[in-house]
Design a protein around this ligand. Structure first.
Ligand code: FCB
Length: 452
């Protein structure tokens, strides 16, 4: 059990430089609520399907952020962070006929104006998984037309929100939208086929490339990029067959998204797929996908172990006896450093922002306080892991903790808490946990040091 109460970084860490951005992150469907003011999305449908969400919950109210946004911004400011990463609900700002929903857009304009007024840089993700249901009804990410609908949506957002946004991200974790949503069936919309997963992934990447073009055209001076998640793949044993399994898993789960963005090519494992499981790549697609990025958002939580086996040559193994968070993910900060260093060596990467990192803990308030000892340890170790990567040459410009506050954790519902601020879902009271105090302490200390 942890005894730490505060976070620390080495005295000369580049993360103490005033340009290094610390922030907190959320996503629309996970916090907003106010579902009546937006179009239904695939997660509304998924939540209404019995058995899909662990606690049978939904996002209709969530943290009721649409009502509490002003106080939530005040809370963000109190943490002392310089950045806030949020996402736009597509169906809140666009009507079905393609026109803009002015009231919905006005909500984000107010929010962004208030963040800017308080000196907090907004990082805005256009797609954090809440596809309008009417688009899914026409095939969703299996339908190439969805890429063009996304492009139009991106343009409308860029035109209306403009440079109130410090940095745009087209997509959050296309791995989750495509693999979990269309291939493994555990996220919305719940399809389960390899061909569908690979098709959705390709269309998501194409949509990203098309949207980048719109963002560049409307806002040539605003940063634009994408957020990918990485679960580095490690071999279970020292055997060459397990090493190969880990290499294949890495291609299938991680490089499938990064490599096309960097090089315009899918990784070699694509050649082992059956013809009808390969993505529908049309002439010119890979050039669109390869559009230069101003930054790469990296989300890291855990690693995974593999052995040889399975249809594609790899099989995940759950190793017993290792430390895990409340959601069952192994705590492995060294793998975070190794991931960043490996990517830096393999690709010519743009600057990196860590756009998510955090831990689930089964927090319970005691006398109005939440002491999240495991999360304190987790965050401290992962901050140091980022520091280590930077000292090995990786260009990391910022770090966003996931999450500002407890929220709707997708298929886990409200049963898994990731916030550094506790949310009482009955009263909507927010209680900063020990980790929030420690974050604030570190950021205050860095600020004071800069002032000297
Ligand atoms: C990431 C998601 C984020 C949150 C964390 C725990 O995959 O981007 O919305 O659910 O996991």
């Amino acid at each position: 059990m942890s005894t730490i109460q505060s976070f620390s970084l080495p005295a000369h860490s580049p993360m103490r430089h005033r340009d290094f951005l610390f922030g907190v992150a959320t996503a629309s469907f996970q916090i907003e609520g106010d579902a009546g003011s937006r179009l239904p999305c695939i997660w509304d449908t998924f939540c209404a399907t019995p058995g899909k969400i662990a606690d049978g919950s939904n996002g209709l109210t969530a943290c009721n952020h649409v009502q509490h946004w002003y106080d939530d911004v005040a809370l963000i400011e109190q943490l002392g962070v310089g950045g806030y990463r949020l996402s736009i609900a597509w169906g809140r700002v666009m009507n079905r006929d393609g026109s803009v929903n002015d009231a919905g857009m006005a909500f984000y304009i107010r929010l962004l104006d208030e963040l800017n007024r308080r000196g907090i840089k907004p990082f805005v993700t256009l797609y954090h998984w809440d596809l309008p249901q009417y688009l899914e009804d026409a095939g969703g990410w299996l339908n190439r037309d969805t890429c063009y609908a996304f492009k139009d949506y991106a343009r409308a957002v860029a035109e209306h929100l403009g440079d109130r946004v410090h940095a745009y991200a087209t997509l959050n974790e296309p791995f989750c939208s495509s693999f979990l949503g269309y291939e493994a069936g555990i996220h919305a919309p719940g399809h389960a086929s390899r061909a569908k997963g690979r098709t959705a992934a390709h269309h998501l990447l194409l949509a990203h490339g098309l949207a980048m073009k719109e963002l560049r055209a409307v806002l040539p001076n605003t940063k634009a990029g994408i957020v990918l998640n990485f679960t580095p793949a490690y071999p279970l044993t020292a055997s060459s067959s397990d090493a190969n399994a880990a290499k294949l898993a890495n291609q299938y789960f991680n490089l499938w998204y990064l490599q096309p963005l960097m090089t315009g090519q899918y990784p070699a494992i694509i050649d082992t797929l059956k013809a009808d499981e390969r993505p529908p790549v049309e002439a010119g697609d890979m050039d669109i996908i390869q559009a230069p990025l101003d930054y790469l958002g990296v989300n890291y939580y855990t690693r995974a172990m593999y052995q040889a086996g399975g249809e594609l040559g790899f099989e995940e193994v759950r190793v017993p006896g290792v430390p895990r968070t409340d959601i069952g993910w192994e705590i492995r900060p060294q793998a975070f450093t190794e991931l960043l260093v490996d990517l830096h060596r393999q690709f010519r990467l743009p600057p990196i922002y860590i756009t998510e990192n955090g831990a689930a803990q089964d927090d319970v308030p005691v006398d109005g306080k939440v002491h999240d000892a495991m999360r304190l340890d987790y965050l401290q170790q992962h901050l140091l892991a980022v520091h280590d990567a930077i000292t090995q040459g990786v260009d990391v410009k910022g770090y966003f903790a996931w999450s500002l506050m407890d929220n709707f954790e997708w298929a886990e519902g409200y049963s898994k808490r990731f916030g550094i601020v506790y949310v009482d879902y009955q009263t909507q009271q927010r209680i900063p946990k020990s980790s929030a105090m420690a974050y604030r302490g570190l950021l205050g200390e860095i600020k004071a040091q800069g002032a000297n």
